[in-house]
Design a protein around this ligand. Structure first.
Ligand code: MG
Length: 388
């Protein structure tokens, strides 16, 4: 089999590093064409050197000189700026694009790769939250397969391979419940970022870990599932499953349920997206069911985790509203990580921004870009007013 040539957008983040670990385990199957990062030029230089990348892009142009000098004695070509990310992700030397940038910033490079018909290994769920209709239309038009990297969606995708084309009745989207799963509301309200960043099951970047604590992440995943699998959100049931062994389930009209399981380790869904349809060995922990003992399930509590209900509300309204929700959340999470606001301010700000956004039913890309900017600014204003 030909080696697959990979572009990793956001290679210095958590998903990027774990993707490179998968590549490291299969040097005969994968090679790295492109690595990109926002600011972390030292890590990027180290990665480009280890994997002999053809191209490296640093988005922050002020770090270009540092990266250039660090890679001066290598064959890696060095670029800067988001436009370079967009054009190199679409280059003919790339087979698969791992979209693992954080937040809305992943949208334009992902669209560029889709337009070039690349296989997209999608880790950046915000792309579908903000612009699901546009992205899925383009993917269809340009024959660009979108393979989920998000563990829940990879699970659903894997279960669907056994569906023989039968329609699914329901998706059961599992949630770990995050670090505050059993905490009373008053205690959650007072929690600082250090507590919110302590995720019990998954090791991830800061933004998604806060999104997991608020359960906004699960709300985003409902929207992501709607677009990836063409299922309406009323048929997506979120169930809290603290052990995080079942990564999600699909249910058929006869009540049969298929689940995909494994120890929580992002390298498994990453590798499956890279090697699909083949499965390759992976040196991860394998489940020992007798040792796991039992699996438990609970309903999510939207009075303690209002962000989850907000996401259902936003996707029910549709149009540009989920984009506004995502932008407000991005601003609010950044502020929470700087200790500028408290935990429940995040969902309060998101709710206000959703309510105040002017509705467009079928937004084009310009409308999405405008909505993102407007909602982000609106959230920033609210943050300034409540800043502690
Ligand atoms: Mg997930």
């Amino acid at each position: 089999m030909e080696k697959r040539r990979i572009a990793i957008l956001g290679s210095t983040g958590s998903i990027g590093k774990q993707t490179l670990d998968v590549v490291r385990q299969h040097p005969d199957r994968f090679e790295v064409d492109l690595l990109t990062a926002n600011n972390s030029w030292e890590t990027l230089a180290m990665q480009a050197r280890e994997f002999d990348a053809n191209n490296a892009v640093i988005c922050n142009e002020e770090k270009y000189r540092d990266l250039s000098e660090a890679l001066g004695d290598t064959d890696t070509k060095v670029f800067c700026g988001i436009d370079s990310v967009c054009s190199l992700a679409a280059s003919s030397q790339v087979d698969i694009v791992v979209a693992s940038m954080v937040g809305f910033s992943g949208l334009l490079p992902t669209i560029s790769a889709i337009k070039a018909g690349k296989i997209i290994a999608l880790a950046n769920k915000e792309t579908l939250v903000a612009a699901g209709a546009i992205v899925m239309d383009l993917a269809k038009k340009h024959n660009a397969p979108i393979l989920p990297v998000d563990s829940e969606h990879s699970a659903i995708f894997q279960c669907l391979l056994a569906s023989q084309g039968n329609a699914i009745e329901k998706i059961h989207l599992t949630a770990s419940g995050g670090p505050f799963r059993d905490w009373p509301r008053e205690k959650i309200a007072a929690a600082g970022k250090d507590q919110a960043l302590r995720h019990p099951k998954w090791s991830m970047g800061a933004k998604i870990t806060i999104d997991s604590a608020t359960m906004m992440n699960k709300g985003f995943e409902v929207i992501e599932a709607k677009w990836l699998f063409g299922i309406s959100p009323e048929r997506i049931n979120v169930v809290v499953h603290p052990e995080s062994i079942i990564h999600s389930m699909i249910e058929f009209s006869d009540g049969a349920v298929l689940a995909q399981m494994g120890h929580p380790d992002m390298r498994e869904p990453i590798q499956f997206a890279l090697s699909f349809p083949e499965r390759l060995p992976l040196n991860n922990r394998k489940p020992d069911f007798a040792q796991i003992g039992s699996l438990s399930f609970q309903s999510p509590d939207t009075s303690r985790f209002p962000a989850l209900a907000l996401a259902y509300k936003a996707i029910a309204r549709g149009g540009n509203i989920p984009c506004a929700m995502n932008a407000a959340n991005e601003a609010a999470v950044a502020a929470y990580l700087k200790d500028e606001i408290s935990f429940y301010d995040i969902s309060d700000i998101v709710e206000r921004c959703i309510e105040e956004e002017s509705f467009t039913a079928e937004p084009d890309l310009d409308c999405i870009l405008d909505t993102n900017e407007r909602a982000f600014e609106r959230a920033r204003d609210l943050i300034q007013r409540i800043k502690r």
